[in-house]
Design a protein around this ligand. Structure first.
Ligand code: SF4
Length: 345
């Protein structure tokens, strides 16, 4: 049963924003820019960037949907959205302390595709794919091939959840969980729904940001059908990522009863200044999203050029606190392998 009236004639926030055509996100995903030459040409970049972009692409392939590229300034290699996705030759540099698994997740992989680090919640790798490949991603070297459960392996993973009555929350992550098909997700959410000790379903996703049309009536149907409380943690690093289409997607999610939070990463050249962080919090609230975490940079191999020191991040947060009300302040935190929770800085 679809919850909503036809895409063309209503909007959950009462605006004139049209509903996306169901499933159109798949075409947009398939048509994402995957060649660094196309990305450079699309943004009108100096051809001097091409060689480095090709070199970085060899290490971690380019993937940028047009809906995200359209929010970038043309001809500006320092655009904060472009910097997140443009490969650079410096990704081949090795830096002491920058490793392939900075959060030591391999040690917490309890089942295929299941990471159990913290009390009361588990993280499920619901999809190995992403809609956008972020150059700073702490999972850029993650062994997704080893963590892609088959249907029968999913049953083994689900049994792990059934057998642990201390669990309250299942977190769908990836990759990006919303890169999976609605059929797969509806199946998985129904299984989770039947585990009575689970109370919450959380999704960690960037898809509603990079392709807002992902939030269509088909997706909202399975999301709204579960008894589980729903939390979606978006991943937005800069205010320019939030355009009218993202705001409309957030309105559709809120109308389906989803609590919206945001996590960001502090990134050199993207948001490592207090004006950018202030604008991000303000813009998030306009979209109905509360800032949740500002993650200290995780030292992943290939991304040292994004690193911001904890001291700099702490100073930025202290200044941000003088500008914003408490409810718009993200918690600056670092994940320290082996700790029982994230560590606020
Ligand atoms: S969308 Fe998330 S998981 Fe995917 S590359 Fe970006 S940061 Fe990593």
């Amino acid at each position: 049963m679809l919850l909503h009236c036809s895409p063309s004639n209503c909007s959950p926030d009462g605006s004139d924003a049209p509903w996306p055509e169901p499933g159109s996100w798949r075409r947009q995903l398939a048509g994402a820019i995957r060649d660094p030459r196309d990305l450079c040409q699309r943004l009108g970049l100096d051809p001097a960037y091409m060689a480095g972009a090709l070199e970085g692409h060899e290490l971690f392939e380019v993937r940028v949907p047009e809906a995200f590229a359209a929010r970038m300034r043309t001809g500006d290699p320092m655009d904060p959205l472009l910097r997140q996705v443009l490969p650079l030759a410096s990704e081949a540099d090795t830096s002491p302390g920058f490793v392939t698994d900075p959060l030591e997740e391999a040690q917490h992989t309890a089942r295929r595709g299941l990471i159990h680090k913290y009390a009361g919640r588990v993280l499920l790798i619901a999809s190995p794919a992403c809609a956008v490949n972020c150059r700073y991603c702490f999972r850029r070297h993650f062994p997704y091939d080893d963590n892609a459960p088959s249907r029968s392996q999913w049953e083994d993973t689900l049994n792990y959840l059934r057998d642990d009555s201390s669990l309250r929350e299942a977190i769908l992550s990836g990759g990006d969980p919303l890169a999976a098909s609605d059929r797969q997700l509806a199946w998985l959410v129904e299984k989770l729904d039947s585990i009575r000790h689970l109370k919450r379903l959380r999704l960690h996703t960037r898809l509603p940001v990079v392709i807002p049309d992902r939030v269509d009536a088909i997706m909202l149907d399975w999301l709204a059908s579960t008894r589980l409380q729903k939390v979606m943690v978006l991943h937005i690093n800069h205010a320019n990522e939030i355009d009218d289409a993202v705001i409309a997607a957030c309105a559709r999610l809120k109308a389906a009863g989803v609590t919206l939070l945001n996590q960001s990463v502090i990134l050199r050249g993207v948001n490592d200044d207090v004006d950018s962080l202030e604008a991000l919090s303000e813009r998030l609230f306009e979209a109905g999203v509360l800032p949740y975490y500002l993650h200290a940079f995780d030292p992943v191999a290939g991304a040292a050029h994004f690193a911001v020191s904890d001291e700099t991040a702490e100073a930025l947060i202290a200044e941000l606190r003088t500008r914003l009300p408490g409810f718009l302040m993200p918690t600056l935190a670092r994940e320290i392998p082996g700790e029982a929770s994230k560590t606020p800085l």
